[in-house]
Design a protein around this ligand. Sequence first.
Ligand code: GAR
Length: 224
Amino acid sequence: MSGYRIGVLASGGGSNLQVLMDKIRAGDLPAELSFVLSNNSKAGAMAKAKAFGASAYHVSSVTEGSESLAEGRILDLVKTHNLDLLVLAGYMKKVPPAVLSHLKNRVVNIHPALLPAFGGAGFYGHHVHAGVVARGCQYSGLTIHMVNEAYDEGQIVLQRAVALPPGSTAEQVGALVLRLEHAWYWRVVEAFARGRIRPTLSDKPGEAVDARDFLSDLGPTPDP
Ligand code: GAR
């Protein structure tokens, strides 16, 4: 047990969550999965969390009675579990502001495009890849970034690009990007757990974390 405690919020199939759990189990990611929380009881992520033996909470305005009660419940869980890092892995709701201020500069998200392109309200999941195809992009990729109160606007920790074969469909783009996500997200979480990425106390969005050690560990970025 490493003592570094992460919580994961997920709304979808949970393939990124699965990689995190696989890496924890393999001993590559020195972290404890404190809990998984979803707004959707039928999310594949919930089934995967239970199969792993993690605490899996379904929290929504329906389960709690209102949006503000749901937000309060999420804050309670974050406090009770004494998290070091909150990891968003396909979470389609906004993180409550009280959680962001409690876990200042310690909430990280993965977005399936090269921000700031194809980010912000309406750009999630399939809509992102449909937008990339509609614009005829030759590259897409992933962005792992810190979360603040503006959608998709926190400090960028890592981006990786993938070349898109001409004529790719949105599904094909999504599959290429997801493969990249599985290769990289756990490494960023690992870098937090090993202290190679360190949250700061800064209020400036671009200075949420010090990722210089992690980036120098990675070395020069190859062209895609
Ligand atoms: C991932 O592609 C992730 O980047 C995306 O949802 C998918 C979840 O897949 N997140 C967003 O669009 C957030 N804006 P998964 O449930 O299989 O990990």
